[in-house]
Design a protein around this ligand. Structure first.
Ligand SMILES: Cc1cc2nc3c(=O)[nH]c(=O)nc-3n(C[C@H](O)[C@H](O)[C@H](O)COP(=O)(O)OP(=O)(O)OC[C@H]3O[C@@H](n4cnc5c(N)ncnc54)[C@H](O)[C@@H]3O)c2cc1C
Length: 398
């Protein structure tokens, strides 16, 4: 699978990115991605990881799912992390559907998903009022989501707004989290729903213009009297707990995508320092350059090692899986940003040029600092996982 992915990245993704480096800046987001990019990913089996094989998906070996996700996500991100994110969101939601959706819902949505390579999915948790409270979590009614859902007859009526959503601009199916019981905290009173894009009352209000990962088409979605059939409920009141099957692999995937950016930045830098001559010799033969290259290589190995260990812990459901998954995510986000800064340094002026592609790695790595919880919130979570009875609450009075 890794070889297949590598071929896809080298033959489809990298040529697509290199052919037109200004394309990601097309301010009509529907013009950014060429349809062939997803069609080829589909043909290579890279869209359907996590989809049960009865629907034509790629069955993953049980006990190795997070590790497989990590390998493939890192490979994809070597080509482009925004496009990797497009596919990764689909894998994560496929796992969620596989685990939580009724057989009828799975039949309906997996069939449609598999039939159309352009079909994307998005996971809508974050709201304008913020996401950190959810990641902590700050489990008090005052911190509940503003998006609400109410059962009226045989439909759920959803009202609210979600922002910063990967694939948000162009998804065909959304998993939406909403408050369904205001008398308790979010862990007891949040439900999740499947909401098809064409549902009346759902409006995609914007595509966010992000510094990096631009092909993910991060978006904002408004729900105004949006009615979904009662059977589109995925989890009632305990949706955040049930999404745990997704949160841990989610951290692994963030770290893996980051690693892919770092590997690409390193590979390009290695090539550059072996060809560029200054001071009468190629750059690699200058000691200061060698030190920087050694630091980059060490950081990549360290991130890869922690990622492997964390992914294995998640797959084996080890007690330290929560802490390790957060450690891998936050460690990768800092170390890879550093790798990209070194790549910028070593490329001199070329590092800043759009057509060379090094500045893109730095931009791409920067957005991964804050996805799936900020650094500080991730650190709180690590301490809570390590010292559950003595760690602080970090929010409000609960
Ligand atoms: C590129 C990108 C893609 C994303 N994709 C998705 C997606 O697909 N789906 C989705 O639901 N969300 C998505 N997000 C949202 C992401 O999860 C949140 O942006 C992130 O968790 C931070 O939340 P926030 O932006 O609301 O910041 P805030 O929660 O407002 O935090 C602002 C600052 O306050 C600090 N802070 C907050 N609370 C505390 C506290 N109690 N103690 C100390 N400091 C605190 C934070 O660390 C941070 O520095 C995405 C974000 C980005 C940037």
């Amino acid at each position: 699978m890794r070889e297949t992915c590598r071929r896809y990245v080298d033959r489809v993704l990298v040529p697509f990115i290199v052919a037109d480096r200004e394309r990601e800046w097309a301010f009509d987001p529907s013009m950014r991605l060429a349809p062939e990019v997803l069609e080829e990913a589909d043909r290579a089996g890279l869209r359907s990881l996590g989809v049960p094989d009865v629907y034509g998906g790629v069955a993953l070996e049980s006990g190795r799912e997070a590790q497989t996700f990590a390998l493939i996500a890192a490979e994809l991100a070597r080509g482009d992390v925004g496009i990797a994110d497009k596919l990764v969101q689909n894998w994560k939601i496929s796992v969620l559907l596989r685990e939580l959706a009724s057989p009828e819902l799975q039949q309906r949505w997996f069939t449609r998903y598999m039939a159309d390579p352009q079909f994307l999915m998005a996971h809508c948790l974050t709201e304008p009022r913020g996401a950190s409270d959810r990641w902590l979590p700050y489990n008090a009614p005052e911190a509940n989501m503003d998006t609400r859902a109410e059962l009226v007859g045989d439909h759920w009526v959803i009202d609210g707004r979600k922002q910063f959503i990967s694939n948000g601009f162009d998804a065909s199916l959304y998993v939406v989290y909403a408050n369904t019981d205001d008398s308790v905290g979010m862990l007891q009173g949040t439900s999740s729903f499947l909401v098809p894009r064409d549902t009346p009352g759902l409006e995609v209000t914007r595509c966010n213009e992000t510094i990096g990962g631009r092909y993910m088409n991060n978006g904002e979605i408004a729900f105004d009297n949006c009615r979904v059939p009662a059977d589109h409920l995925l989890a009632h009141n305990d949706a955040l707990g049930k999404a745990g099957i997704y949160f841990r692999p989610g951290k692994i995937l963030q770290a893996a995508k980051n690693l892919g950016i770092g590997i690409a930045a390193f590979d390009d830098t290695v090539e550059f320092v072996h060809n560029r001559v200054q001071g009468g010799r190629v750059l690699i033969q200058h000691q200061a350059v060698a030190v920087r290259v050694a630091e980059m290589a060490t950081k990549l190995e360290a991130v890869a090692a922690l990622l492997r260990q964390a992914a294995r812990a998640v797959d084996l459901r080890r007690p330290n899986a929560d802490a390790l998954a957060d450690m891998a995510k936050v460690f990768a986000s800092h170390e890879i940003l550093e790798v990209c800064v070194q790549a910028m340094e070593l490329h001199g002026g070329y590092g800043a040029m759009l057509e060379v592609g090094i500045e893109k790695y730095l931009r791409d790595a920067s957005v991964y600092l804050h996805m799936d919880a900020t650094t500080d919130i991730s650190h709180f979570r690590i301490v809570k996982a390590l010292f559950p009875s003595t760690a602080g609450n970090y929010a409000g009075t609960t």
